[in-house]
Design a protein around this ligand. Structure first.
Ligand code: CP
Length: 308
């Protein structure tokens, strides 16, 4: 059984095959209406549970649409409305759901919840974001880079801002896909050291620079994310904004990158905080391709999980 829990826990050749399949599946339905079924129906007869303990727009809709395009059915479940939110254990929830459905995607807070779900489920489990990582997002980001600029291997990627869960999955991807990753942000919001170890072990040590201008110089891809994540307390907002203001991605900062550099943000964004609208809507930006590619990348991930 194949769980998709994290990028560094998944075989690099399998990741590459998933990205290639995602590209092929996107091309195959290029001129179709959004709601049209794929020619292939590999999920026909499959039921997929999508569990959300945190809000979502992209993850929820892209998984739901992806399953339907491939002929399967979904049930979207709110953690709060399940017994999971009222004291039933994760292990029992995993065992019960495994009697009804063929695949579970869960967005949750603690990584331990995801891991416990995977340990006790007898069907594949997909990580739809935890406080620690967001692997489906970064699969879409790698796909997006490659569809615009070719192989990401050897490219220079710069992350500006908070060393959060999305950054952690970028760090894992640097090790698996072989690109150079630089983090630029305040020391107080550095990434967890453990998320840097994998890339280091793969011969892709991650640079940490405090000066955003130096960090972005010559970059192929500039990435940022919201300054206050879903699991951060609202009380931290003002302090975080003060710490991160110097790392805003604006036109002056983008001008330091290569002339054909791309800009990414996984969304949702707080426009004119972490990135200006001029950058988000500007010539370097591929943010809505990124959002679309969640759909295609996750379809390939689900097929890998189910072996179909
Ligand atoms: N990027 C992302 O995961 O978006 P949602 O929170 O809307 O799912």
């Amino acid at each position: 059984m194949r769980h998709f829990l994290d990028i560094h826990k998944t075989d690099a050749d399998d990741l590459r095959r998933m990205i290639d399949r995602a590209h092929a599946m996107k091309v195959a339905r290029a001129d179709r209406p959004r709601g049209a079924a794929d020619d292939d129906q590999p999920l026909k007869g499959h039921m997929v549970a999508l569990i959300f303990e945190k809000p979502s727009t992209r993850t929820r809709v892209s998984f739901d649409v992806g399953v339907r395009q491939m002929g399967g059915q979904t049930m979207v479940l709110s953690g709060k409305e399940m017994q999971l939110g009222h004291g039933e254990t994760i292990a029992d929830t995993a065992r019960v759901l495994s009697r009804y459905v063929d695949l579970i995607m869960i967005r949750t807070f603690e990584e331990a919840t995801l891991l416990e779900m995977a340990e006790h489920a007898t069907v594949p489990v997909i990580n739809g974001l935890t406080n620690r990582t967001h692997p489906c997002q970064i699969m879409a980001d790698v796909m997006t880079y490659e569809e615009h600029r070719g192989p990401i291997a050897g490219r220079s990627v710069v992350w500006c801002g908070d060393g959060n869960n999305v950054f952690a999955s970028f760090a894992h991807a640097a090790g698996q896909f072989g690109f150079d990753l630089t983090f630029t942000g305040p020391e107080t919001l550095d990434p967890e050291p453990a998320c840097l170890d994998f890339a280091h072990g793969q011969g892709r040590p991650i640079r940490i620079l405090r000066d955003p201008d130096s960090a972005v110089a010559g970059a192929d891809l500039v990435v940022t994310d919201t300054w206050v994540s879903m699991h951060d307390p609202e009380s931290a907002k003002e302090r975080r904004h003060n710490q991160l203001r110097a790392y805003q991605v604006n036109e002056a900062l983008m001008a330091r990158a290569k002339s054909d550099a791309l800009f990414m943000h996984c969304l949702p964004a707080h426009r004119n905080d972490e990135a200006t609208s001029a950058v988000m809507d500007g010539p370097h930006s591929v943010i809505f391709d990124e959002a679309e590619n969640r759909l295609h990348a996750q379809k390939a991930i689900m097929r890998w999980c189910l072996g179909v």
